[in-house]
Design a protein around this ligand. Structure first.
Ligand code: ZN
Length: 131
């Protein structure tokens, strides 16, 4: 009777996979971006930006693009999908969520933008607690 050598050799080392995600040196606490998006929805960010829509269809709002500083108030190049928390400009090509939008406008990192947005909106920053 042959016995197949089982055991340690074939065991799946899940910790190596986990380590990949932690290679980034980051001594600051993480931010839960998804939670930032739900706490500070796109509509709130547009409000903070003083965005004035030139048109709206259902969940979609259009207006002058704040990223490339569209001068015409009737411009419709900037399209926002409120329910999906995404926006896109057909002129300058900007596309992203409200955190990326804030980062682009204020020339900061997405991390800084997420923290700043929460402060501006008066909600608590959803920090990710590391162990
Ligand atoms: Zn634009």
């Amino acid at each position: 009777m042959e016995t197949i050598q089982g055991g340690s050799a074939g065991e799946y080392d899940s910790s190596s996979l986990f380590r990949l995600g932690c290679e980034r040196k980051n001594e600051m606490p993480g931010v839960d971006y998804k939670a930032v998006q739900s706490r500070v929805p796109m509509a709130r960010v547009l409000q903070l930006l003083g965005f004035v829509a030139s048109g709206a269809t259902g969940e979609q709002v259009r207006g002058p693009c704040p990223v490339h500083c569209s001068q015409s108030p009737r411009s419709r190049s900037f399209s926002v999908h409120l329910a999906r928390d995404v926006c896109r400009c057909f002129k300058c090509g900007f596309a992203g969520n409200q955190i990326q939008l804030w980062a682009a406008l204020n020339k900061m990192t997405v991390y800084e933008a997420a923290v700043e947005l929460c402060r501006q909106a008066g909600v608590e920053v959803p920090w990710i607690k590391r162990w």
